[in-house]
Design a protein around this ligand. Structure first.
Ligand SMILES: Cc1cc2nc3c(=O)[nH]c(=O)nc-3n(C[C@H](O)[C@H](O)[C@H](O)COP(=O)(O)OP(=O)(O)OC[C@H]3O[C@@H](n4cnc5c(N)ncnc54)[C@H](O)[C@@H]3O)c2cc1C
Length: 398
C-alpha cells in the first residue's frame, strides 16, 4: 500500500475494529493500537440493528456473524407487574426485507472475535496505551506509554468513554453519572427451559426500572440487563460483582419471570451507567474521534456500538472521496455528517431513561399507547434508524 493514505486507530474495541475494516476496504493503510495485552470483551450481550449489520455484511462478515448471532423474531415490551404485552414489533424476515440485514443479538466476545478475524492480524498492536497525540501540517503522531510513537496521515481516537485522544482535543471532562445502575448476567439457557422463552428481545418496563433479556451465543445463554435507579455511584467497572439479593430487591413486586431469570445466573455484575453531553466538535486537523470516545450514550436505544460502526463507515467514505491531499477536509465532512444523527440518538436514549421508568399513571398510559401505535407499522417506525446508510455520502461537503 505504498503511497496510500495511512491511519492510526487508537482502541481495538468494537468501534475501532469496525472502523479499521472500513478504512482498509477504502484503501487506507490502517494500523490499530490497543492498550490491553489482548483484545477482550466482557461476558455480556449486545444487540446490533440492521443499520450496522448491513455494513458488516458488506465487509464480508455475513457468514461468521450468522454463525454466532441470534436473530430475534420480535422486540417485545411488557408491563412490569402482570406481564401484559404492551407492544410486539416483528423483527426476523420483516427487517431483513425492509432494511437488507438482520437484527442480531451477540455475546460481545463473539462479535469482537468476528471483527478481529476480519482484519489481518499484523495490523493490530496490543499493549499500546496511547498517552497523547500531536500533529504537524502534513501528519499526526500518537505517543504511547512505552515511549514509542507512530506517525500517520490521520489519528482516530476509538478509545472509549475515557478517551485519551478526546482529552487532547477537548480537555479533561468527567462523564456524567445517569443515576441508573445496571445489573447484568448470563444464564445458561437450559436452566430457563421451564419458562419456554421465545426468541425475542424483551424489555419489562416499570416504575423506576426496566429489565431486558435476550438469547446470545447461538441460543446457549440468556443475557439480562436489569436497570434500576440509585443516587450515588462508587465505582465504574464492567467486572464489579453485584449482589443477587440486591438485584431481586430492586425488582420487588415485578413479574416472576424477571426473578426466575435473575435466579438462573451464578453471578451478577453491577455497572454504574454514564453518558456524555454532545460535544462541540469531534475533530481537529488530522485527529478525530469515534464511538464512545465522542458520543457515549445510555444503552436505552441499544445503539452505542451500532453508531460507532456507522461512524467508521462514514469516516472511510469521506476519506475515500477526499483523497490523501484533503484529510482535514474529510474529517470535517465526517463530523458534519455524523454529529446531528448521533446527537439525536443520544437524546432519544436519554428520553427512554425517563419513559421506560414511569410510575403507573396517565403518563405511563400515554407511553403504552404510543408503543402500541408504533408497533402497527414497524417498518415506518424504524426507517429513520435502521434505514440509514452510513456509507452512502453523495457529496463531499464541509
Ligand atoms: C449495559 C450496556 C448495554 C449496552 N448494550 C448495547 C447494545 O445492545 N447495542 C449497542 O449498540 N450498544 C450497546 N451498549 C453500548 C456499547 O457497549 C458501546 O457503545 C460500545 O461498546 C462502544 O465501543 P467503542 O469501541 O467506542 O468503545 P470501547 O468498547 O470502550 O472500546 C475502546 C477500546 O479502546 C481501548 N483503549 C482505551 N484507552 C486506550 C488508550 N489510551 N490507548 C489505547 N487503547 C485504549 C480499550 O481497551 C478498548 O478496547 C451498551 C452499553 C452498556 C453499558
Amino acid at each position: 500500500m505504498t503511497n496510500s493514505m495511512t491511519a492510526a486507530v487508537i482502541g481495538g474495541g468494537i468501534g475501532g475494529m469496525a472502523a479499521a475494516i472500513a478504512l482498509l476496504r477504502a484503501g487506507v493503510d490502517v494500523q490499530v493500537y490497543e492498550q490491553a495485552p489482548e483484545q477482550k470483551e466482557v461476558g455480556a450481550g449486545i444487540q446490533i440493528s440492521p443499520n450496522a449489520s448491513r455494513l458488516l455484511y458488506r465487509y464480508g462478515l455475513e457468514t461468521p456473524l450468522e454463525k454466532c448471532g441470534v436473530k430475534p423474531v420480535a422486540i417485545e415490551r411488557r408491563r412490569w407487574q402482570d406481564g401484559r404485552v404492551l407492544s410486539r414489533v416483528p423483527m426476523g424476515e420483516t427487517v431483513v426485507g425492509a432494511f437488507g440485514a438482520p437484527y442480531f443479538h451477540f455475546h460481545r466476545a463473539d462479535l469482537l472475535a468476528v471483527l478481529v478475524a476480519g482484519l489481518p492480524g499484523d495490523r493490530v498492536h496490543t499493549g499500546k496505551r496511547c498517552t497523547g497525540v500531536t500533529q504537524q501540517v502534513d501528519d499526526a503522531t500518537a505517543h504511547f506509554e512505552d515511549g514509542t510513537s507512530i506517525t500517520a496521515d490521520l489519528v482516530v481516537g476509538a478509545d472509549g468513554i475515557r478517551s485519551a485522544v478526546r482529552t487532547v482535543l477537548l480537555g479533561p471532562e468527567k462523564p456524567r453519572f445517569s443515576g441508573h445502575v445496571a445489573y447484568r448476567g448470563l444464564a445458561p439457557a437450559e436452566r430457563l427451559r421451564h419458562l419456554d422463552l421465545e426468541r425475542l428481545s424483551t424489555a419489562w418496563l416499570g416504575p423506576g426500572g426496566h429489565f431486558v433479556h435476550y438469547f446470545v451465543a447461538g441460543g446457549r445463554y440468556v443475557n439480562f440487563v436489569a436497570v434500576t435507579e440509585e443516587d450515588t455511584w462508587t465505582r465504574e467497572s464492567w467486572t464489579d460483582l453485584g449482589n443477587l439479593e440486591d438485584a431481586h430487591a430492586a425488582f420487588t413486586g415485578w413479574h416472576r419471570q424477571v426473578h426466575a431469570i435473575i435466579d438462573a445466573v451464578d453471578a451478577t455484575y453491577k455497572w454504574w451507567l454514564h453518558d456524555r453531553n454532545p460535544l462541540p466538535k469531534w475533530s481537529e486537523g488530522r485527529v478525530t474521534l469515534l464511538g464512545d470516545a465522542c458520543h457515549a450514550m445510555l444503552p436505552y436505544m441499544a445503539q452505542g456500538a451500532v453508531q460507532s460502526i456507522e461512524d467508521g463507515a462514514t469516516l472511510a467514505a469521506c476519506l475515500k472521496m477526499a483523497g490523501r491531499a484533503r484529510v482535514p477536509e474529510a474529517l470535517r465532512c465526517y463530523e458534519v455528517l455524523r454529529m446531528p444523527r448521533v446527537t439525536r440518538v443520544q437524546e432519544m436514549a436519554r428520553g427512554n431513561a425517563v419513559g421506560f421508568h414511569l410510575p403507573d399513571g396517565p403518563e405511563q398510559e400515554k407511553r403504552d399507547a404510543a408503543l402500541s401505535a408504533a408497533a402497527q407499522d414497524p417498518v415506518k417506525a424504524f426507517t429513520a434508524l435502521y434505514g440509514h446508510d452510513a456509507e452512502a455520502i453523495d457529496s463531499f461537503n464541509t
